[in-house]
Design a protein around this ligand. Sequence first.
Ligand SMILES: NC(=O)c1ccc[n+]([C@@H]2O[C@H](COP(=O)([O-])OP(=O)(O)OC[C@H]3O[C@@H](n4cnc5c(N)ncnc54)[C@H](O)[C@@H]3O)[C@@H](O)[C@H]2O)c1
Length: 428
Amino acid sequence: MNILAAVDSRATRRTFLKTSTAAAAGVTLVSTALGAEPVHVGGSDELKIGLIGCGGRGSGAVVDALSADPHTKLIAVGDAFADVAKRSLANLKGSQFAPRVDVPDERVFSGFDAYKQVIDSGVDVVILAETPHFRPLHLQYAIDKGKHVFAEKPVAVDPAGIRSVLASCAQAKEKNLAVVSGLCYRYHKPKMEIVQQIHDGAVGDIVTMHTSYNTGGLWHRGRQPNWSEMEYQIRNWLYFTWLSGDFICEQHVHSLDKMAWAMKDQTPLKVSSVGGRQQRTDAKYGNVYDHFCSVFTYPTGVKMFSFCRQQSGCDTDVNDYVMGTKGTADLMQAKITGEKEWKFSGRAGNMYRDEHVELFRSIREGAPINNGQYMANSTMLAIMARMSAYSGKDVTWDEAMKSGLDLSPKKYEWGELTTLPVAIPGVS
Ligand SMILES: NC(=O)c1ccc[n+]([C@@H]2O[C@H](COP(=O)([O-])OP(=O)(O)OC[C@H]3O[C@@H](n4cnc5c(N)ncnc54)[C@H](O)[C@@H]3O)[C@@H](O)[C@H]2O)c1
């Protein structure tokens, strides 16, 4: 399968390009032939990267970006917390990429406005790897300012955020800006091939799908006496629904995205979910659940059964199956059984790096990738399932898309913060 099939919007035009980046720099790049390296016509073809959210994934994404394209450099970083930004930068400066880490102290930003400062510091490409709640706001500012974006998953935590992301991505298309999603399996060659097999009919008509992300617990960063409640929650963002969207959104979105991809991104009619918390009963776990089970119903009658659990001491099960009239596709094993036997046999590649390879290639070729629609839709699958589990009610796609649910606090400032109680289905 060609990489083009993995992206939802990519023009075939590969001749002249004038991205806002290139235009701003007075640069014109010309690609002479399909697949050829663009010819540099004037100015510098170096792309400057800014990082927003300097935690584990953000720092890793910078390494992926720098290794994906030799003509890139990191010029600015920002995090809610100065200590995190400085630590990430020190690690990057100690890495093999140090010569392409050009971040003086004046381009290390912290606080709630760090995103604006990074975006306004002369970058071409922004990596958004902050806590999910802030992604819609930061994406909107980046697109407003004409920047290409790599956006980690999930892209929002509530319907208000989803609508904002969709609007920003529509604007990105108009401005010829790239928006590449961190839903990395879409850039993993075994998954790309097996999904193409499914689309080509290898399992026949899809009847049902089964996906699970059952794993152990994750980190907790504790509490320091000098931290305000806002600081405590953002440092421990996994456990607060307004920040992470709950773990169905933060982690299981990968699984839901693979199922959505198999369904050619058709949206479901409705979801019916159950969930709760059995291990995470301590107050330090904020208000998130530790297990969800959801049934999505599609207009064609297809059902998708989805499970996720974060409980230590239990079995791990991270798998996705698509069952059709002629066979079953096992996505994680990249294997099909049934009337047509098939197994992936190529080189898997590194999906984290490959998504950046495609991002930069698309920018240089003047046909920027825009993953906006699917990254928003797949995130919405997780949000609507959470809404259903929390409420104990079925939630239709249309209801979710129109929902006024907006989990934002009244203001972003380091101080007190009220936390919603753990949702009790049928009650809260
Ligand atoms: N694609 C993948 O496989 C993958 C893997 C891991 C994480 N992720 C995603 O990457 C994102 C970051 O995860 P992580 O594991 O690096 O978490 P992390 O806690 O290590 O990093 C997140 C950082 O964002 C910062 N932050 C919070 N609010 C901010 C704001 N308003 N402005 C700037 N910075 C802010 C935090 O201080 C923190 O340092 C999450 O959305 C997560 O789901 C994706």
